[in-house]
Design a protein around this ligand. Structure first.
Ligand SMILES: *Cc1c(COP(=O)(O)O)cnc(C)c1O
Ligand SMILES: [Zn+2]
Length: 431
């Protein structure tokens, strides 16, 4: 645990931003409340802290106000904990990514209701992580931190380094050394400090928790540690956007990839907030989680009816999802069970097939995490667990160009010819 920067809590409580609906942090485990401080664990029970909002201020927000905002996540700033001042933001202004109608994929899977892909590969660094980093970096600067850092499975590293490059807030990024080459290059190109650690993500995460206690990193915000409550709220914008893009409606079913499980819990939280604020009509939805067979601790807990998640040692190609000890696992299980959902897990061959199916039928090229989600969608339909007669959204959280390696052996040119018609004819393309 990192102590908040001296004076920050006091400063925030004596000078509240009136248009900020966040009234403090609350422990998800014991319900203890705190000010808007830079802590992620409860001082009473070590449970995870979450941003708590004033329901009155949330109810004051209107569709019109949101629709008049910028074409990025900040259109939802009245529902976020970072205030309304554009000058205070440390952000690449991600969001408002396409909601793609997946008609051909739906036809193939037997859907009679609309199937959509929320394509977050369209964000500035090509994954949904830009949303969470924009919130974390903005909170970090608000708390007076001089630099930002993270432990990452790849996409977070890409986004933290890019935010640092754009905004001049220096970054220190720690990743497992066996990441995909694309993610190493994309983390390195922004010219920030990049530390490759010979260990798993869970090892890297433990190392950065220890680093946070050192004098050298006292002035540093770890985006997914001490400012994690703010970071995590960025994922709500995925849920807000889906609802707005459907004409202020919540889809009946959603399929979400899980690493720590945070994104899944926040999409569900976003929809509960929109209903509570009267921005969308009250409705029921079902949340489905997707994991790879190489890292399936939440799937295993779901199947066994456990409330706790037993850590695993991750393997397999879906490296962005390889968190063996998922911090939000129990809360993801809560959301899945409360909404009558389920969890699917798929192996590496199915993940590659999922990437190819999505690309072939929608023109969206997903990274391995999107392959997991697409393959899990197919599996859930085939198992009769997800209803193809209900409107469904699947999340593509990252860009395929980041994880080319597993595709290289299985896709390539369909023909190879010399530059002559004779050769093209010999290849069977003309007669
Ligand atoms: C981080 C990540 C996720 C999952 O995020 P959690 O909130 O930790 O569950 C999903 N997809 C991609 C591509 C990611 O980088
Ligand atoms: Zn607590």
């Amino acid at each position: 645990m990192t102590a908040p920067v001296a004076g920050v809590a006091a400063q925030r409580s004596t000078q509240p931003i009136p248009t900020n609906p966040a009234r403090g942090l609350v422990c998800r485990n014991c319900g203890a409340t705190f000010g808007l401080i830079a802590e992620h664990a409860c001082a009473e029970c070590f449970g995870p802290l979450e941003v708590d909002y004033d329901p009155e201020l949330m109810r004051a927000v209107t569709r019109e106000q949101i629709e008049a905002g910028p074409q990025n996540i900040w259109r939802y700033s009245a529902l976020l904990p970072t205030g309304q001042d554009p000058e205070s933001r440390v952000s690449l202004d991600p969001g408002m990514t396409p909601l793609v109608r997946a008609q051909r994929l739906g036809d193939e899977l037997g859907f009679t209701a609309p199937l959509w892909v929320k394509d977050d590969s369209a964000n500035p660094t090509h994954s949904f992580k830009d949303r969470v980093v924009s919130l974390a970096a903005t909170a970090a600067r608000g708390f007076g931190y001089a630099k930002i850092a993270c432990a990452s499975t790849g996409n977070l590293a890409n986004s933290v380094a890019a935010h640092a490059a754009r905004t001049g807030l220096p970054s220190f990024v720690f990743v497992p050394s066996d990441l995909e080459p694309g993610k190493i290059v994309q983390s390195a190109v922004y010219g920030q400090t990049l530390v490759a650690v010979d260990g798993s993500y869970d090892d890297v995460n433990r190392l950065t928790s220890e680093l946070a206690e050192t004098d050298e990193f006292e002035d540093c915000a770890f985006v997914n540690q001490n400012v994690r409550p703010y970071y995590a709220e960025g994922s709500k914008t995925v849920g807000y956007e889906i609802a707005e893009q459907l004409g202020w409606r919540i889809p009946a079913q959603v399929v979400i990839p899980m690493a720590s499980g945070s994104l899944l819990t926040k999409v569900d939280k976003a929809w509960r907030e929109l209903v509570a604020a009267g921005i969308v009509a009250d409705t029921e939805w079902t949340v489905y989680g997707a994991q790879s067979a190489g890292c399936d601790p939440i799937a295993t807990a779901f199947e066994n009816g456990w409330d706790v998640v037993k850590p695993v040692k991750p393997t397999g190609i879906a490296k962005s999802l390889n968190i063996g000890n998922p911090a939000d696992g129990p809360y993801a299980l809560d959301a899945i069970r409360r909404t009558g959902g389920s969890v699917g897990r798929v192996g590496d061959a199915e993940i590659v097939q999922g990437i190819r199916d999505l690309a072939r039928t929608t023109g969206v090229f997903a990274e391995t995490a999107g392959g997991v989600t697409t393959a899990v969608l197919r599996q859930l339909v085939e198992r009769g667990v997800l209803d193809p007669a209900k409107e469904t959204v699947v999340l593509n959280t990252g860009e395929g160009l980041k994880t080319l390696d597993p595709l290289a052996p299985v896709v390539g040119p369909t023909h190879r010819v010399d530059p002559s018609l004779k050769s093209v004819r010999a290849a069977g393309l003309i007669s």
